[in-house]
Write a protein that binds this ligand. Structure first.
Ligand code: 48H
Ligand code: FE2
Length: 255
């Protein structure tokens, strides 16, 4: 077979345009491809829900790649072990209830599950604003290429519609901030000190709809609630992603 460079170029543009045109209308938009966002996306897509995972960086995985202080291992506690099993992530038990996994394997396998389930990933895409109209709910996202933002170019964005939006942007809780900063009725308390036990115990309580149409998950949930941080224990991130998926399903009237 003879390869033609222009056909390769047309194939890429044509296929990605087809997908993007389709994904301007979504059931669920998840902003942030860290552990909570990937988990949430995978579990929703496994139920046949149309999900886009939007990540501003080139790579998906957020803070999970780096493990603890660049040692590529994460700890997951007993309560979330079933999610390691669900994604086929191997682990060893260090002490009773403390399971240790490779951070690289954890990102790769959760992401592979998300892709297998039909999640469409839009990387290098930054969410820069939200759509809120007279019904006072988040009904869409304003997106731009991350390099446009990084270069400070004055280029207007595009907009997609989503029935439910998940803020999985981690410590920054970016989407919640956008809603609050533009006058939405949403209080952001900011993240507290390191206290793993408390942070992990309360994260599911904080994983909730914080503004109509907007659910917070993962570290963003704790940051909005004024909750503590937990360091490199990731059970709460996986469980929070799972809860966000459940809430999104309820909001879509599928539960
Ligand atoms: C598109 C965006 C935007 C935007 C940000 O930080 P993450 O890994 O998030 P979580 O909550 O799934 O996991 C948190 C965990 O990694 C962590 O940091 C823990 C457990 N810390 C404890 C501690 O004590 O420090 O991923 C968020 C992702 C990142 O990849 C960002 O690039 C992305 O969201 N993102 N994507 N548009 N506007 N803002
Ligand atoms: Fe962190």
């Amino acid at each position: 077979m003879e390869l033609d460079e222009v056909t390769i170029s047309r194939a890429i543009l044509s296929e990605q345009s087809r997908i993007m045109l389709d994904y301007f209308d979504l059931d669920c938009a998840i902003v942030g491809g860290g552990p909570s966002g990937i988990t949430c996306a995978a579990l929703l897509a496994e139920e046949g829900i149309k999900v886009a995972l939007i990540e501003k960086k080139l790579s998906i995985g957020g803070g999970m790649w780096g493990g603890g202080m660049m040692f590529p291992r994460i700890v997951v506690q007993e309560e979330a072990r079933r999610l390691l099993d669900h994604f086929g992530i191997k682990y060893t038990e260090y002490e009773k209830g403390y399971f240790v996994a490779s951070s690289v394997e954890a990102v790769s396998k959760t992401l592979a599950a998300a892709c297998d389930a039909g999640v469409e990933v839009f990387n290098l895409t930054t969410v820069e604003d939200v759509v809120v109209k007279e019904d006072k709910r988040v009904s869409g996202l304003v997106i731009n290429w991350s390099p446009v933002e990084m270069a400070g170019l004055h280029i207007d964005p595009l907009t997609l519609r989503s029935k439910v939006t998940i803020d999985a942007t981690g410590h920054d809780s970016t989407v919640a901030h956008m809603v609050r900063d533009k006058g939405g009725d949403l209080e952001i308390k900011g993240e507290g000190f390191m206290w793993a036990e408390k942070a992990e115990s309360n994260i599911l309580k904080h994983t909730k709809e914080v503004f109509p149409g907007l659910i917070v998950t993962g570290m963003a949930a704790n940051a909005v609630a004024g909750e503590n941080r937990m360091g490199p224990v990731f059970g709460g991130m996986l469980l929070s992603g799972e809860k966000a998926a459940l809430l999104a399903k309820e909001a879509l009237n599928l539960k």
